[in-house]
Design a protein around this ligand. Structure first.
Ligand SMILES: Nc1nc2c(ncn2[C@@H]2O[C@H](COP(=O)(O)OP(=O)(O)O)[C@@H](O)[C@H]2O)c(=O)[nH]1
Ligand SMILES: [Mg+2]
Length: 260
């Protein structure tokens, strides 16, 4: 029997409310419709009410309410403690995932991005789950990023997660159904061309900020941090194919999506 190839892990990352959980559900649905084997993993110990039913759920091992109770912490402290405790159970998570034998593992990361982006535990998690076959799907939330100053903040967070995880990444604009075509095109161009973003920024801010951000944006441009983000909508179910095709190109593991 040929050896099963390790699955590809997709980590959905973005600011709170950017649509990670909804996209994990919608992308899983899209995979089912297209005959692609995937499963979902919830890594948010504090979430209440997910828009999908996770196949593997960190809350089975770490729950926010029991961390609060056990350590006498408030919700903020408990979030941090729970995010760190997650790493202690990552072997159990991995074993549970391996029981499914799928090609793609869709990982829903903690609601608050700093729990994932800034903590050592999450690099341990990514290393343990997918040392070679992992990819970040970064969500730009129109609620924040439709304005140039919000886009920059989100772009810097994206640069942060990229430098921390050192696995391939792909940027999307989530909830694209909420945007007018023109606004969407503007955001896509900002991602593609940071100097164009700088121009948009200087017309909306004063000149002082402009000096610092212009230098920053030049650096981001030469590092090739973003590229042109793809529009995605979980609500209207589009953009899933772009994500899939990008992952395919990166790992060439599974089957190509058949076009008919
Ligand atoms: N219009 C629209 N709303 C969305 C979409 N995806 C998510 N949302 C809404 O955005 C909010 C936050 O979504 P959620 O998936 O919980 O975000 P998370 O915190 O990143 O996991 C919810 O109210 C969702 O219904 C989308 O594609 N279109
Ligand atoms: Mg969520």
């Amino acid at each position: 029997m040929p050896e099963m190839e390790e699955p590809v892990y997709l980590y959905f990352v973005g600011t709170a409310g950017s649509g990670k959980s909804t996209l994990v559900g919608a992308f899983g649905e899209w995979c089912r419709t297209n005959g692609i084997d995937s499963m979902s993993v919830n890594l948010d110990p504090g979430v209440e009410g997910l828009p999908y039913t996770p196949d593997v759920d960190i809350r089975e091992w770490v729950s926010l309410s029991s961390v609060m109770e056990e350590y006498g912490l408030g919700p903020n402290g408990a979030q941090i403690a729970a995010a760190d405790m997650l790493a202690l159970h990552i072997r159990e998570v991995k074993e549970a995932v391996e029981g499914y034998k799928v090609d793609y593992v869709l990982v829903d990361t903690p609601g608050q991005i700093e729990m994932f982006a800034f903590r050592k535990s999450s690099t341990l998690v990514v290393d343990a789950l997918s040392p070679k076959r992992g990819m970040l799907i970064y969500l730009f939330d129109p609620a924040i990023s439709a304005r140039p100053e919000g886009f920059i903040s989100s772009l810097l967070l994206y640069a942060t997660v990229q430098s921390r995880f050192l696995i391939p990444s792909y940027a999307v604009i989530s909830k694209s159904d909420l945007l007018e075509a023109e606004a969407l095109e503007e955001m896509r161009r900002w991602g593609e061309d940071p100097l164009y973003l700088d121009r948009a920024l200087s017309s909306s801010l004063g000149s002082m900020e402009g000096v610092v951000t212009a230098e920053l944006l030049k650096a981001l441009e030469s590092l090739g941090i973003c590229g042109r983000p793809s529009p995605v909508s979980s609500e209207e179910m589009y953009g899933m194919e772009d994500i899939y095709n990008t992952v395919q190109q990166m790992f060439k593991g599974g089957e190509d999506l058949k076009s008919d």
